[in-house]
Design a protein around this ligand. Structure first.
Ligand code: SF4
Ligand code: SF4
Length: 261
């Protein structure tokens, strides 16, 4: 049965980092990957989860009545397409000409029924729609109906991809070929993780694979951010932390990410 509800981990308002303009970002729960550097580890499991932040606990012992200090929180709320759309619509005044909604996660393509419903409502209300995806999944109708797509290409070698994300990238490479046939503008993004994919060879291999696409608008490198570590701790998961790439390192790698190269 196709669910008419999705579990949403968070809704971020007035983001300027998740697509063109000012955007409302919907973080859906559930992801078929398990990247060791994941910045949103609370979005990997599909179901709601408890998170515990000991530094906020005042030791009141009232846990069974609900935590009022924000130390023990449930991440994930079931929402219908209409409920999510109302959150998006409430921010419409901030979108101006190029902003809108971005579906993110986790992997938003695990929520096709709900997102298709939201896109219909957005189109009726002239709200721009975008997605951030690992492209491990593919839904032609959904992707074709979006205004903009941000797709990750994390690691070029398939075995290495499997080692660090839990899945081979063979299907992701095929999905990029399918994506380019949809005539929807897209950008490719690589999170730069020191010790895993921060080499010029890695970036050049990905660049050479994607630069032939006709609908590609850019290839971006995103520096690793340790945002996920405190969330791993709050979820009781093993902590995985990497160095943050320096500005010099990012500038050097970016010079190899030029699609004209
Ligand atoms: S209710 Fe919250 S603050 Fe109080 S003991 Fe439980 S977790 Fe700590
Ligand atoms: S694809 Fe994104 S959300 Fe999924 S595990 Fe990797 S970094 Fe986390």
């Amino acid at each position: 049965m196709i669910s008419d509800k999705s579990v949403v981990a968070d809704i971020e308002r007035t983001s300027i980092h998740d697509g063109p303009g000012i955007r409302t970002v919907i973080f859906f729960k559930g992801c078929p990957l398990n990247c060791v550097w994941c910045h949103n580890p609370e979005c990997i499991k599909s179901e709601p989860q408890e998170m515990f932040y000991p530094e906020k606990c005042i030791g009141c012992g009232m846990c069974k009545y609900g935590c009022f200090s924000g130390a023990r929180v449930i991440c994930g709320k079931e929402m219908t397409a209409e409920e999510i759309f109302q959150e998006i619509f409430a921010d419409k005044a901030y979108y101006f000409s190029d902003g809108g909604v971005t579906f993110s996660g986790g992997e938003p393509l695990m929520h096709t029924a709900v997102i298709k419903e939201i896109i219909k409502k957005c189109k009726k209300n002239n709200i721009n729609t975008a997605i951030e995806t690992s492209l491990f999944l593919f839904d032609c109708d959904l992707l074709e109906s979006l205004d903009f797509i941000m797709a990750d290409f994390k690691i070029f070698d398939s075995n290495k991809h499997k080692k660090y994300t839990g899945v081979s990238n063979d299907i992701i490479k095929k999905n990029f070929l399918k994506l380019d046939k949809l005539n929807v503008p897209f950008i490719v993004r690589t999170p730069v993780i020191p010790g895993i994919n921060n080499t010029t060879d890695e970036i050049m291999q990905i660049r050479d694979y994607v630069k032939v696409f006709k609908n590609i608008m850019g290839y971006e490198l995103l520096p690793y951010h340790p945002l996920g570590v405190s969330k791993q701790r709050a979820l009781g998961l093993p902590e995985t932390q990497f160095d943050i790439p320096t500005n010099e390192e990012m500038e050097k790698l970016k010079s190899y990410a030029d699609l004209r190269g």
